[in-house]
Design a protein around this ligand. Structure first.
Ligand code: SF4
Length: 517
């Protein structure tokens, strides 16, 4: 089935779930996913509990006649946060309409699909996940019909005690449709004795540990909430339409720019914002806890044109590069970034060192998710497909190669080899963050500790592995300075191995992480 086609069967039927290219749509109470309902089939036992892999983008809008179209544009701006599936739910005031599918935002939301999402409010989600049926099962927003009415939830982050709570709920009779942690929140809400949606949500969230920035849509309101540590970002913006305030929420502010919204504030850690026909209401749902903003958002994950945790990502990255140049300067002829995410740090490095900056590596932006490799295998084909050196800028030169992370080291080695083949005389690898020595459990997919090269090898071993002439990482102090973290507001756990929350069922969380380097 073409991914643009829709399956009109029961959302839990195997036919819907088997084909990973099948779309999911829910409009009607009769086709919403029931909780504890007798019509639910048990989970497919061939689908393993695949761990949590969300690296997601969340968007919400309330009070605009073109809510779905604007949410589409917002999701488009958040595409870098997840490219495997995209989904949206809108409300026409009476009921919710939901469409989600595997694929990029522009692939999933054709004009025809957007027309099926009427109403003045909408939430949307982009998600990273593995291929296969479980991926579609876990695509968001997660939409249910329960004792609280129709609700849809889009979530970014990892709930670190989700396995424990899920087990408890299953023992009590709850039937889960997917393997993602978002569903746990919804089941808790369905079981809550609280009548008001915000109270039921509050009760559920207080059971959860870990990272969540979420948007919940009901027929007459939009609620957004952020965990009390504030791991993942969630920005609050506003635009005016025909004299009326329209409220928007997004993982990153770059989603606001395209729709003409302005950034107002962050949804604060432990805060819930409720928007309905009465207006906007902010309230704290959880006590203040130690602030743990994900520093990796500034190092790598967020777009440089975003404001994240109230701070410009571009500014942070340039400072990371400047700091790196101060800490580990080297005689060289040219500074070359590994595009795209190394660009801002390389600009900072070049400004601080006075060495010219050159785009000595060109990224192919049009590489799809699948490609046909020639039968005669080409060494390092995957990297070559994405990056190509500019020989004229590199040949005979001493190059400082600036990248934002070095996880397994394999990609770095391939890039170093490519640069040498293009004639680089020396290659000095500079990484704009400290060594990654521990996995993330708060919403960024990282490999197991055993695969993290810096967790297992010395700096010199890593240098030899990457085949660079020299290698240096940014220090922890340098990282803190670059994000100007004077109050200890950031999470650095993947660089320290110290985690600020309980990690229940951590072995399961570690299962099956994807490749990134
Ligand atoms: Fe971010 Fe690393 Fe903390 Fe995860 S462990 S939230 S990636 S800083």
């Amino acid at each position: 089935m073409n991914r643009r086609q829709h399956d009109h069967g029961h959302p839990l039927s195997r036919n819907t779930l088997v084909a990973s290219s099948a779309a999911v749509q829910h409009d009607d109470p009769a086709t919403a996913q029931p909780l504890n309902g007798s019509t639910a089939e048990p989970n497919d036992e061939t689908t393993p509990f695949d761990g949590f892999r969300e690296e997601c983008g969340v968007f919400g809008i309330f009070g605009h006649p073109e809510a779905a179209n604007l949410a589409y544009l917002g999701l488009y701006g958040l595409q870098h946060r997840g490219q495997e599936s995209a989904g949206m739910c809108s409300s026409d005031g009476e009921k919710l309409h939901c469409r989600k599918n595997m694929g990029l935002v522009a692939e999933v939301f054709t004009e025809a699909v957007l027309k099926e999402l009427p109403g003045k409010s909408a939430i949307g989600h982009t998600r990273y996940s593995t291929a296969g049926q479980s991926a579609l099962l876990n695509a968001q927003p997660f939409f249910v019909e329960c004792s609280k009415g129709q609700i849809a939830v889009a979530h970014n982050g990892n709930l670190t005690n989700a396995i424990d709570v899920r087990h408890e709920l299953e023992m009590a009779g709850s039937i889960f449709q997917g393997t993602g942690d978002t569903e746990v929140i919804v089941h808790l809400m369905a079981r809550s004795r609280e009548q008001q949606l915000k109270h039921a949500l509050r009760e559920s969230l207080l059971r959860m540990e870990g990272a969540y920035s979420l948007a919940l849509l009901a027929k007459d309101r939009l609620i957004v909430a952020r965990d009390p540590h504030g791991f993942r970002p969630l920005a609050f913006g506003k635009l005016v339409h025909q004299g009326q305030d329209v409220y928007v929420f997004a993982s990153e502010t770059c989603a606001f720019d395209l729709i003409g919204a302005v950034y107002v504030d962050d949804v604060q850690p432990g805060e819930m914002i409720i928007v309905d026909s009465e207006g906007l209401h902010r309230e704290r749902f959880a006590p203040q806890r130690k602030s743990c903003h994900c520093v990796f958002e500034h190092v790598y994950f967020s777009r440089p044109d975003s404001t994240v945790f109230g701070r410009s990502v571009q500014e942070s990255r340039e400072l990371l590069g400047r700091q790196l140049a101060r800490e580990s300067g080297v005689d060289a002829d040219v500074i070359v970034p590994v595009p795209d995410s190394g660009v801002s740090a390389a600009i900072g490095y070049a400004s601080e060192s006075g060495i010219p900056y050159q785009m000595g590596l060109i990224r192919n932006h049009y590489v799809g998710r699948t490609f046909i490799e020639p039968k005669q295998s080409i060494r390092d084909f995957g990297v070559k497909l994405k990056l190509n050196p500019v020989r004229q800028l590199i040949e005979g030169r001493r190059v400082v190669l600036v990248d934002d992370s070095l996880v397994r080291g394999t990609t770095s080695r391939k890039i170093v080899r490519m640069m040498r083949q293009a004639g680089a005389r020396e290659i000095h690898m500079r990484i704009s963050c400290p060594p990654t020595i521990s996995p993330c459990y708060y919403g960024v997919d990282t490999p197991d500790k055993g695969e993290l090269i810096a967790a297992n090898q010395t700096l010199e071993d890593i240098r030899k592995f990457t085949e660079a002439d020299s290698l240096a990482y940014l220090s922890m102090e340098g990282l803190k300075n670059a994000v100007q973290d004077t109050a200890g507001d950031y999470c650095y756990s993947c660089y320290t191995g110290d985690y600020p929350t309980d990690l229940v069922g951590i072995e399961t969380l570690l299962v099956g992480h994807h490749d990134r380097d």
